[in-house]
Design a binder for this molecule. Structure first.
Ligand code: ADP
Length: 408
């Protein structure tokens, strides 16, 4: 059977195990010899016990576990050709020419580069007598299929990444707990949630927790928010998953005066608007306030809006009893939601199918979710778009960032 290996790389997320399990079992079902590679690219470079044949039962009882049982790592060695040469040698000597990579855009970029170099890596290995002529010929094509594991939902080309839904569950559980105590003491709570350059978690959290305010790196604030809201909602209808849409729906649902996100940061008068909003809420009888801050929230000048800063604003101006909760890695842990388990299963099966159907000309693909269908998209197109979003954010071109994030 064909040699196929699966590994997880970059940051972990819930649901990765479901994907690993699915790849292993689908691979075995289709007659492949399937391997785990432990600790991401590091295990591929180091070889030895890190690359281990998997069987049907080696992926039993893992679907409900968070994180990744085969480990994940950042790997400097793989960034250099020398490291990739070792990795190629470790794969060829085991007859592995099909790779399923579960990671973020960095991991997928590395896989793409590896494939581009494959031929020349094998030539060099042959020259140095590290592989035989037979092996050079037999394993001359490397096939790649990727999947995105990330709680941030920050990858272009997919409606959801593996782990986002579970993270949201974790956050909502925490907020529900906080709300009950905040109510008792009439407190204001500021919750920082993850999502470095992507306000998805913050926005969806705000939407599902009735937050009063949300600061995220990419949305429309300003004075005439009502007009803008209607206008943007119309625009957004064409682009149902764009962050604008979510931000605006969140604003509507939570009756926020403003939305603060990283791709369209707040104007300078955000302090007044925030205070006015909180005061109004208390006057109308609400016993608590919840403010969601994405870890990447910034203002128009690009200055970070941190939970600490928001707290200072609230305390200095309103003298409200204000506390901060930074959820941190709790969001990435715990058992995966049903959605993430099934997403991992479906994507894993599709990734193996893609590899088995690949011809020498087939470009690397990434399996994504598009309107509840697991589909294959050209890997590098999606990576390029994802990187273009980061660039647009760095250039303070938030409209472009949001546009690029939407479905193509
Ligand atoms: P993520 O996959 O979550 O974006 P990283 O960007 O840290 O996380 O990438 C994970 C690993 O993928 C890196 O530690 C490195 O081993 C590999 N990698 C990332 N970018 C490249 C690249 N341009 N070339 C080769 N390997 C890369």
């Amino acid at each position: 059977g064909k040699g196929l290996a699966v590994f997880t790389s970059g940051g972990d997320s819930q649901g990765m195990n479901a994907a690993v399990r699915s790849v292993v079992r689908m691979g075995i079902y289709l007659g492949c010899k399937v391997y785990f590679i432990r600790e991401g690219y590091q295990g591929m470079v180091d070889g030895g016990d890190n690359i281990e044949e998997a069987n049907w039962s080696s992926v039993s009882s893992i679907i409900h576990k968070g994180g990744t049982i085969i480990g994940s790592a950042r790997c400097m060695d793989f960034m250099k050709r020398e490291g990739r040469l070792k990795a190629a040698s470790n794969l060829v000597t085991r007859g592995i020419t099909n790779l399923v990579v579960i990671g973020g855009d960095g991991s997928l970029t590395g896989a793409n580069l590896f494939r581009q170099e494959w031929s020349s890596l094998l030539d060099e290995l042959l020259e140095n007598n590290r592989i035989t002529k037979d092996q050079r010929e037999k394993y001359k094509h490397l096939h790649i299929a990727g999947m995105v594991g990330s709680i941030d939902n920050d990858f272009c080309g997919t409606d959801m990444t593996i782990g986002t839904d579970s993270a949201l569950h974790r956050i909502i559980e925490a907020i529900d707990a906080i709300v009950s105590t905040a109510y008792s003491h009439q407190r204001t709570f500021i919750m920082e949630v993850m999502g470095r350059h992507c306000g998805y978690l913050a926005v969806v959290t705000a939407l599902s927790s009735e937050a009063d305010y949300v600061f995220i790196p990419e949305s429309p604030p300003t004075v005439d928010w009502r007009d803008k809201l209607c206008y943007k909602l119309e625009q957004a209808r064409v682009n149902i998953m764009s962050l604008y849409y979510l931000a605006l729906v969140a604003a509507l649902a939570s009756e926020a005066d403003q939305v603060f996100i990283p791709e369209d940061p707040v104007p300078n008068n955000w302090v007044e608007k925030l205070c006015k909003r909180l005061q109004q809420e208390r006057k109308s009888g609400q016993r608590l306030n919840i403010i969601i801050v994405a870890e990447g929230a910034i203002d128009r000048e690009g200055q970070p809006i941190t939970a600490e800063l928001v707290k200072k604003v609230v305390v200095d101006n309103l003298q409200q009893d204000t506390r901060i909760t930074v959820l941190g890695h709790v969001q990435r842990g715990g058992s995966p939601s049903a959605f993430d388990r099934i997403l991992g299963c479906r994507m894993g099966a599709e990734a193996v199918m893609a590899l088995m159907e690949a011809t020498p000309e087939t470009e690397p693909c990434v399996v994504t979710l598009d309107g509840n269908q697991a589909v294959r998209l050209p890997l590098m197109d999606c990576v390029r778009r994802t990187k273009a979003v980061a660039q647009a954010m760095a250039d303070k071109n938030w409209d472009l960032a949001v546009q690029l994030r939407g479905r193509s």
